[in-house]
Design a protein around this ligand. Structure first.
Ligand code: AMP
Ligand code: GLY
Length: 420
């Protein structure tokens, strides 16, 4: 079959790496792709937001299956659009994608189905929000309701700071329309974890676990990023957590989908906080996580295309899903300055010397045979090991062979995180 993958990050490179091993796949296209994806797929210069352009391309190139990487096209309704044109596409429809596209929608879903989550209130009126900002004490969590490229959550430590953030969101429209509605939420303390699931509307099956590192610097210091590295499995890989997650989170989610008549087909990413009062849901994403995927998919033994087809055909309950015993660690190499301002077009050296790892490209492009940086997160270097520790040693040996001006990466990815 001909497959089109939408996106240009490390996540999409990992998806393409995996499906390129499928005997069912003849040709892979990627829109828009990057310098690493180019080795496995034909990259086409269509933006992930250009739904009409993607649809036209899929029709003209006889695409049998489209796999959507990032959230933006999902929230824009690409799945409904492709399906109404008779095209097969993998990802949740527009209504279900609101579980990532609207924080308030997600909170309402969680509360309605008794799924543990932080207390919250939602506001569209600035004055009312201002009057109630103290309700949950400090620090407090303010969330722009809509998509804000991962920047729409702020955690002010005191009232003054909270008022500034609220004004920026609601009045100055720092995040555009995303901030027209704001969720004010109780601040939870604990350890963050996540679990990615395959969902076909009737059945929800968690993947092996993976740990992400959100802060830019070692020991979780500095501002939040899209994710600086990952390893699999995480501390969630034990019976106690798995049973609890199944019972208090996964079962109510799938029952909630059925009750609400939400035909969710795709990947559900559940962000969790492990608190002293139990496990709570922080957020949903309606797609593979980045960089969790770069640690998870290399461990998948089963053909990903088979799993995707069983989800689209609502046969996930009978689909075998097998995983490798080997563990993985993925280290993200970022541009100097990321997650704030950074420069692009630095020449990347050393890629040819990597032997023991797989390099997933993110913000890269090829110009005249040279690979240049083209984004904040540039590469994700992933290695296997019998243990996470072995994978960690291997991956850092390879990371040290790569260089570009001002690059930086965390040195503590794969140091195992466990709740106290
Ligand atoms: P979200 O996009 O909702 O996951 O929020 C982004 C980040 O903000 C999360 O990964 C957490 O680090 C943090 N966060 C979100 N909600 C809360 C909360 N209620 N308490 C503490 N931290 C939170
Ligand atoms: N790593 C978190 C995310 O993909 O949103």
């Amino acid at each position: 079959m001909n497959v089109l993958v939408i996106g240009s990050g490390g996540r999409e490179h990992a998806i393409i790496y995996k499906i390129s091993q499928s005997p069912k796949v003849k040709k892979i296209y990627c829109a828009p792709g990057n310098a690493g994806i180019k080795d496995l797929a034909v990259c086409v210069d269509i933006s992930v937001e250009d739904i009409e352009g993607l649809l036209k391309f899929a029709k003209e190139n006889k695409i049998d299956l489209t796999i959507v990487g990032p959230e933006v096209p999902l929230v824009l309704g690409i799945v409904d659009e492709f399906q109404s044109n008779g095209l097969k596409i993998f990802g949740p429809n527009k209504e279900c994608s609101r579980l990532e596209g609207s924080k308030a929608y997600t909170k309402e879903f969680l509360i309605r189905h008794n799924i543990p989550t932080a207390k919250y209130e939602e506001y569209t009126d600035f004055k009312k929000a201002e009057e109630n900002i103290d309700k949950f004490g400090y620090p407090v969590v303010l969330k722009a309701d809509g998509l804000a490229a991962g920047k729409g959550v702020v955690i002010p430590q005191a009232k003054e700071e909270a008022m500034v953030a609220l004004e920026e969101m609601m009045k100055e429209k720092k995040f555009g329309q995303a901030g027209s509605k704001v969720v004010i939420e109780e601040y939870l303390t604990g350890i963050e974890a996540s679990i990615l699931c395959f969902v076909d509307g009737k059945t929800i099956i968690p993947m092996v676990s993976a740990q992400d590192y959100k802060k830019v610097y070692d020991k979780d210091r500095g501002p939040n990023t899209g994710g600086m590295g990952s390893y699999s499995p995480s501390f969630l890989d034990n019976e106690k957590f798995q049973e609890e997650i199944q019972k208090i989170i996964l079962n109510p989610i799938i029952e909630g989908f059925k009750k609400d008549k939400l035909d969710f087909k795709g990947i559900l990413f559940i962000g969790l906080m492990i608190t002293n009062e139990g496990i709570k849901v922080l957020e949903f994403n309606v797609r593979f996580g980045d960089p969790e995927t770069q640690a998870i998919l290399p461990r998948l033994k089963t053909d990903l295309i088979d799993i995707i087809e069983s989800i689209i055909g609502e046969k996930l309950d009978t689909q075998p899903i097998l995983w490798k015993e080997e563990k993985t660690v993925c280290v993200v190499i970022a541009s100097g300055g990321y997650p704030e301002n950074y420069e692009k077009e630095k020449v990347i050296h050393g890629l040819d010397e990597i032997k023991d790892s797989i390099v997933f490209h993110a913000g890269t492009k090829e110009v005249d045979g040279e690979v240049l940086t083209n984004g904040g997160r540039v590469l994700g270097v992933m290695a296997y090991g019998k243990t996470v520790e072995e994978a960690r040693e291997r991956v850092y040996r390879d990371v040290s062979k790569i260089s570009f001006e001002d690059m930086h990466y965390r040195k503590d990815i794969g140091k195992v995180i466990t709740p106290a």
